[in-house]
Design a protein around this ligand. Sequence first.
Ligand code: F3S
Length: 424
Amino acid sequence: MRLTDHEKSLLDGEHGPAKQKAMDLLVRYGEALGAERLVETNNVAGAFNASTPSVQKIAEKGFDAVYSELNLDSDETVEIPRMVAHTCQLITGIDDRNWQIQGIPEHLVESQRKAEAFFGRRGINMFATCTPYQVGNVPVKGEHCAWMESSAVVYCNSVLGARTNTEGKESTGAAALTGRIPYWGYHIPENRRATHLVDVEIEVDDMMDWGLLGYHLGEVVQEDVPVLSGLTHQPDLVKLKHFGAAAASSGGVEMYHIPGITPEARSIEEAFGGRKMEGRLRFGDAERRRAYENLNCATSREVDFIMLGCPHNSIDQVWLAASLLEGRKIHPNTALWVHTPRALREVAERNGYVRMIEEAGGVVMSDTCPAISRHMPKGTKVVATDSAKQAHYLPAITGVEAWFGSVRDCVEAAIAGRWQGGLQ
Ligand code: F3S
C-alpha cells in the first residue's frame, strides 16, 4: 500500500503508540481488501461503547484497555488520545433514562455514564443513534466518511452522496485517531454506479410500501446497486431511511439511485454511468405480497411487544405514534416502545408528544434498540413492528415471532393486544 509521509510517520510511531496501532490496523485491513492507498476522512461514525458486554468490560478493565482491544485490535493497552476526525457514537445498549424498563442492572448504567464522559472528552460525540444524519452529522456530497451501521451507510451513500463502506468497530476506531480509511469499495466513483434497473410498476407512497420495496430489492440484488424507475411519488427523509434500512437487511445494499431524487443520478443513464446493466427487475403486486409474507413470520396473533422506531424515528414519526395513541390505553398484556435519538426525544418532550405516549402506557426510548441491546419486555414471544429491518432481525437474534405492518397496524395491536394488520 502506498503511504504518504504523514501516514508513514504515524506508522513509525512518531505520533504516539495509539496512532501507531491505528495506522498498523488500517494498513493490514487495507492490504487485505486490496486497497492501494488510504483516503483522508474527517467524518467517523462508530461504536465505542455500543454493547452491554463492552460496557461490562470497561468496568472491569478500564477505558484505554477496552478501546485498545475492541477498537484497535491490540492486546497491548495504549493510552487513547483525543480523536483527530469528527467522530460520533452510534447506537448503544442502554437508555440512560429507561434502563429499569429495559431490565439493565444499575452498575452497567453507571459504567455507561463513565464511558460516555471518558469518550466524550476524547472527542467522540455522544449522539447515540443509528441515524446521526437526523441530529447534525450530515456529510456533504463527495465527502469521504467511515461509518458503521448498514442503515446509516446506505443513507450516507445514496441520499447524501457522501462516500463510505460499511466499516467495523476496529476500522472506525483507527480512522477516528488517524483521519484515514482504506480507499476501496464505495469511495471509488466507478463502484457507485448502478448495476440493476428496477421497474416499479405499482404506486409506492406510504411508509409500509417503501419498506416492502426495500425488502424485496435487498433480497433480489443482494450487494449490487439498483436504480429505481417508475416512482410516481416524492419520498422524504423518513421514507428513504426506512427503504434503505430494509434493503440493507434482506440484502447488503449500500448504495442505490433514484433519478431526480438522489444526488448522483439525474437520469437512469447517469446512474449507470457507462457501467453494463447486469439485470432488469420489476416490483409489482406479486413482489410486494412476497416481501410482506416473508416479513410476517408470526403464528400467534397475541402480541406482547410493539417496537416502533427502527431506524430511530424522526420527530414527525414520534408525533404520528403519539397522535394515534392520544386518549387511548395500551392493552395490559402489551408493551409499546418508541425509539428516537435523544436529541429528538428532548424536542418530543417539549412538544408534549412524550407525555401523550406515556399517558397511553407507552415508553419513548433513546440511545438504544432491542436488536442491539437484546433487551425487550420480559417474556416477549411475539413482536409487532413498522420496521422491516426489526422484523427481519429480531426473530433471528432473539427467537421471537414478528408481525410487520404500518404504524397504525402496530398502534392498534398495542391497544387490542392482538395483531389485526394485513396487506391492503
Ligand atoms: Fe437502528 Fe437498531 Fe434498527 S440500530 S436501524 S434501531 S436495528
